[in-house]
Design a protein around this ligand. Sequence first.
Ligand SMILES: NC(=O)c1ccc[n+]([C@@H]2O[C@H](COP(=O)([O-])OP(=O)(O)OC[C@H]3O[C@@H](n4cnc5c(N)ncnc54)[C@H](OP(=O)(O)O)[C@@H]3O)[C@@H](O)[C@H]2O)c1
Length: 237
Amino acid sequence: MSAKRVVVTGASSGIGRELSLLCASRGHRLVLSARREVLLREVAEECHRLGSPQVEVEAFDIGHVGEAARLRSAVQSLGLGRVVLVNNAGFGLFGPYHETPWETVAAHVQVLLLGAMAATRELLPLMLDARDGHIVNVLSITTQVALPGSAAYSAAKGGLYAFGKALSAEVRRKGVRVSHVHPGATNTPIWEAVGQSPPREDMIPARAVAEAILGVIETDDRAVVDDLVLTPPQGLL
Ligand SMILES: NC(=O)c1ccc[n+]([C@@H]2O[C@H](COP(=O)([O-])OP(=O)(O)OC[C@H]3O[C@@H](n4cnc5c(N)ncnc54)[C@H](OP(=O)(O)O)[C@@H]3O)[C@@H](O)[C@H]2O)c1
């Protein structure tokens, strides 16, 4: 397996943090991105310790227009190897749609959908030039089932799913693969902002989702994982 250059958005916590550590232990070079720089530097230090030859940190808000350009220069400083972009940064605030402040509705679209589209737009030219690249969109079980209270979140994730499928049709014959991962409830800090959550101990461990994403990234070059749905053993929580 050849070493890759993996860009993880939302690397400071939860699934993104676990994925970064796993990638490091497999010898991949990394760009770690999120807003909280102190946490990113802690993850980066751990990644070095686990064996990643090079780790860059880019702390910014993916929802801010123009900021994603920083990912391109960071990944270019990592030398050679397939560029893999994991669009993972996100948050979820749930509740009745008509009671959700417009700022919160817009933030879902800005961060979950437009942030991922912006990061993709920055890195795709590198992938097309190399005729080699991989984009992994971390979506949600809400792309598969309708969950009350999640309309804004579902709109953003569903939009990213439609974007990714159309993009895949456009670029897969040019060497760029696009994969979609749809996790059910996963035990991460994302639930701390949610008033009443299902029992955390029944959720999928973040490490298990990260292991599945690593598998998507490291799938034999002669196959592409288009969609991967992960649910807790008890089903929907
Ligand atoms: N946990 C679940 O049940 C579950 C289920 C399905 C899908 N997902 C998806 O999995 C992904 C990871 O979530 P998680 O559960 O691991 O949550 P988490 O532990 O809260 O991690 C979210 C990550 O996204 C980053 N982030 C949030 N807003 C950002 C912004 N505006 N700009 C840049 N980075 C931002 C956070 O870092 P900073 O705060 O440092 O910016 C953090 O690193 C999300 O896309 C989420 O929708 C989660």
